[in-house]
Write a protein that binds this ligand. Structure first.
Ligand SMILES: C[S@@+](CC[C@H](N)C(=O)[O-])C[C@H]1O[C@@H](n2cnc3c(N)ncnc32)[C@H](O)[C@@H]1O
Length: 312
């Protein structure tokens, strides 16, 4: 299987890594392995532990496993990062670099059978790895209000109620089986003038919402970020690339809270205890964005934001 994923902001990522020091690294979102491979090739890596919930990541890990004995891939969710570290020979080890490149890879979105794409005809699935939910059940079985709330909360789609209503109307006639059927239903709900003005496909936000909900993505990220604090070395770095505002807010809040700030930007983030120990120093006051040439060469990188913090 060919790796279709182009790693995003890899040069910016590696510019933060120490060149000579021996480092332990976690690549929490291995994907096609672009970050792991570059880091193993260019840096003095003691151990690199890679994680990905999608079983296809094992295919892309094969070549790296053959060439680097200090590389291990675990096929699991990154919310279990602490358990993974303890159960895989890394017990009591601390890490110098923990990387997250959130979202889905091109290997997932470009495979029509996975059901992530509103442009490609495929089954309504959208599971990144095994999940207890799938898109078909949500679209065909959830109550209209529940559906509308999901589309609004995770897609920030202002036409969520109209879309949910239309989905329910359509599924009464015939179950909605396919990504293109769903995409067309959503498209018909959005005013034509909005569609002409918008740079994104009309079904983008609805597909994003269903995918985030199916894979419990926001809670995965929150749980995992909290756990990194226990396994980071002093001066160790946490680097997160996110692709949409809900995720970026979680990262921003997590960094702010743990660096002594009280500000809470997202209602999805839990209320804070009064005092939180200061454990992080924010390295990127503003997120780093991809260069114009990277966006030109890889349009999927256009919404990426990189934030970095250091354990103190
Ligand atoms: C954008 S891709 C990473 C690409 C990678 N940096 C590269 O250069 O090839 C994101 C990957 O994270 C994985 N992923 C997303 N959420 C996850 C989670 N909660 N636990 C583990 N892996 C996850 C996806 O399966 C996907 O393969």
């Amino acid at each position: 299987m060919e790796n279709l994923h182009k790693s995003v902001m890899i040069n910016e990522i590696i510019s933060f890594l120490p060149l000579t020091k021996s480092i332990n690294v976690i690549d929490a979102t291995f994907g096609g392995g672009g970050y792991s491979k570059t880091i193993l090739e260019k840096f003095n890596v003691n151990q690199l532990l890679a994680i990905d919930r999608d079983p296809i990541s094992k295919i892309f890990a094969k070549e790296i496993e053959t060439n680097f004995l200090n590389f291990t891939l675990i096929n699991d969710k990154f919310s279990k990062i602490d358990e993974i570290v303890n159960n895989t020979g890394f017990k009591n080890k601390k890490f110098d670099i923990i990387l997250f490149d959130i979202g889905i890879s091109s290997n997932q979105i470009d495979n029509a059978q996975r059901g992530f794409s509103f442009n490609k005809s495929g089954p309504l699935d959208m599971q990144m790895g095994s999940s207890d939910k799938n898109a078909y059940d949500i679209i065909n079985k959830y109550e209209e209000k529940n559906l509308a709330d999901i589309i609004y909360q995770y897609g920030e789609e202002r036409y969520s109620r109209v879309i949910a209503k239309e989905i329910v109307k359509n599924r009464k006639i015939k179950f909605i089986n396919n990504t293109i059927e769903l995409s067309n239903i959503v498209k018909n709900c959005l005013p034509k003038k909005n569609q002409l003005k918008s740079k994104i496909h009309p079904a983008t936000k609805t597909f994003q919402a269903i995918r985030i909900y199916v894979n419990d993505e926001l809670s995965e990220l929150k749980k995992s970020l909290e756990k990194t604090l226990k396994i980071l070395n002093k001066d160790g770095l946490i680097l997160v690339v996110s692709f949409q505002s809900l995720e970026d807010r979680i990262v921003k809040d997590f960094f702010n809270h743990n660096s002594g700030k009280r500000w809470r930007s997202s209602r999805h983030y839990p209320e804070l205890p009064d005092k939180l120990a200061t454990q992080l120093k924010i390295i990127t006051k503003k997120p780093i964005l991809p260069s114009a040439s990277e966006i030109l060469n890889n349009p999927r990188s256009r919404s990426a934001k990189l934030r970095v913090a250091q354990k103190i």
